[in-house]
Design a protein around this ligand. Sequence first.
Ligand SMILES: [Zn+2]
Length: 836
Amino acid sequence: MLKKLLFVVLLCTTGLSAQDYFYKKFYPFNPDIPSPEAFLGYGIGEHHTRHDLIVAYLEKLATVSDRAKITYYGKTHEGRKLVILQVSSPENLENLSSLKEKHLAFTKPEENPTYTEDLPVFINLAYNVHGNEPSSSEAALLAAYTFVASEHAEIKNYLQNAVLFIDPTINPDGRDRHTQYANAYQGNPLVADPQDAEHNEYWPRGRTNHYWFDLNRDWLLAIHPESRGKLKWYHEWYPNVVTDFHEMGSQSTYFFEPMKDNGSLNPIMPKENYEDLNNLFGDYYAKALDSIGSFYFTKEVFDGTYPGYGSSYPDLQGGLGLLFEQASSRGHKQTTAFGEITFPFTIRNQYTSSITTVKAAVENREVLYNYQKKFFKSALTNASKNKLKAYTFNAENDKNRVKAFVDKLLLHQIDVYKNGDAFVVPTQQPQYRMVQTMFETYSKYRDSVYYDASAWSLANFYNIKYKSTTNGALGTKIKTTEDLVSLTPVPSTNYAYLIDYDDYNAVAVLNYLQQNGLVISSSFKPFTAATNKGEIAFNYGTLVVPVSLQKKTASEVHELLIKAQEKYQVPMYSVSTGYNTKGIDLGSGYLTPIKKPKLAMLIGEGINSYEAGEVWHLLDTRVHMPITKIPMRNLSRASLAKYTTLVMVSGQYNFSKAEEEKLKNWLAAGNTLVTVGTASKFVIEKEWVKESLTESKKDSTATERQPYVDAREFLGKERVGGAIFKVDLDITHPLAFGYRDTQIPVYKNNTVWLQPSKNPFATVAKYSSNPHIDGFITKKNIEEYLKPSASLLVSKHKAGKVILFADNPNFRGSWYGTNRLFLNALFLGNYINLPQ
Ligand SMILES: [Zn+2]
């Protein structure tokens, strides 16, 4: 109650009651429909609202009103519901399936529909992809209430002419992590001091989802259930307008589009989208925010270059994606250079933009529909101007990696065909722009500072060796990836099983069999064996399961192999002799028995939560293997002796002397440390290993005078924001087992430059002489730093080993092409023997 009073006092400075503050303009409201305040028992802005209560309120609206219907599109990793509330006039909702059919005609170039007045515009009001940017979900409750309960003529008019799809929380797991935090530290009275705990969340904070992934990068990559569910929904409805609400640092105002001039030379986006439509909508937001006295900026800071944002993906789908950024109150009230920001104030701006989006879309329905139609038609005409008719690739020796890539293509509604062994992706299709996004690479850029990655050719993420062709032969259309890998069960043998290690899932099989107590060897040299499928040439790393050496019976061993094969669809063979036709025999000293590694990773304050989350996610979801996450705060009392392998991802490691000694002693005892990114730099600078960093030899003291106004942009210029480079791989090295090609793409988004090792056997991957594949990098970085450097090294520390990754092999859960290097480090790292 006291809080309620405080809230009223807060608002009384503007002379408004709680409800007046937000939606006075839209009185009267239907008294039979509960307001969020009535439902929750507190005023919006007084607390942070939990996701289950948000869902419960929207479910309530759907039961009490014929203007609303609740739908579900999935569940998060933590089991929270992903929901969309459909809101429109009762007549529109009743006829939604026929309206949908009319609407979708505009996405089909062959149908050529003409716009009619009775077709409502489809608007996806989507909120809170970043969990600790909480104002927008609260605004979603207010918007839902306004559209469902207001009897105001303006609102009723919008409902006649629009179907709203309100997604209140795109990232419920992250939101609730922050909600719990902000409510738990809320003072009474409120503490506006920025140093108060309420305004300073602890690691890993609420921005990301369960596995600490940024879901606002996952629209293209489609790794997580939140995005996968949403993409399926998206391609069922193709909304004309999509909102994407965020918060930025507290020392700011409000941002809406138009964005910074498109950073990239991006020929695939129609200019009409980011010039005409954004300016058209921009005028509406300016007017609405002016009317409530709010300040804002446009055309700076944010760019829509990367296509995996919630505000840029819709632009690639004939819609208009709109980014909003509110200065955060991060907590309930905070003092900033602009004065005090309150949570209700931030919510009101987001609410105002929500309503304004509907107004602008309704008033420009015809423009939006004509644009949508033109967008998909122009996809075909653009494609027909391209001499190139298709991209093709083969599954070669890793069907599961290719299957994962094809899954992405299909999820984005890209047509894929199978012609013999070849996969064919024709350019002539309505999703031509997505085809370009997946395969095309760029080397020319208009800008040098990006908000995020400047390379996203997904084919490279998956190490797909694709070719472009002017031949249009298609074959059969692929509808599902389910039957892309089909194997006959391996027949039983009393001698040995051979498991193909080239397959992406081979490591998961290895882990499965090790967990079930089997003794497995890795072949450190290739060989050719007579198998149940005839003579087969086996690559480095082939797994060998010797039957007589197991503690289980031959039939138990066979049963386990069959189970593993069913679960992971990896090719397996049986042999009845160890006397191979070429190369080493099965009793050779090059067959190394490998034990199950015991894994741990350091996490916590200062450590890059994205990279740590990527490791955790990789092991959980692809290998199904636990990894112990040791909080840095517990390191001094943690017992390390039980681990064989420790992961340190990028971060600031402020170890105490005792902690550093503890780690070095553990390492010296013969264990393996795997470092990624700046952690690799750290172990070199701290001299845990005798390696060095690449330094520029050129004198750069002569600096030209520059105008001060350019300083801000200049600061970001030498960053490597995210680009793709080619490395030369030693495929005879255990860390590169499973690869057949010495040239593979890697992803670099840091300035960690490792010098190749002085030990001739220790540089596993070095950037090749012509390394650029895709993305922005300065000439200086490429010539002075990249070209002379290594991407992956092994180094010794007494009896132990450190495996140093300069680049992140697990980037955003999407680098299937380099994941194997990392998994090899965990599973085979203990078995690398370097001569002195
Ligand atoms: Zn955000």
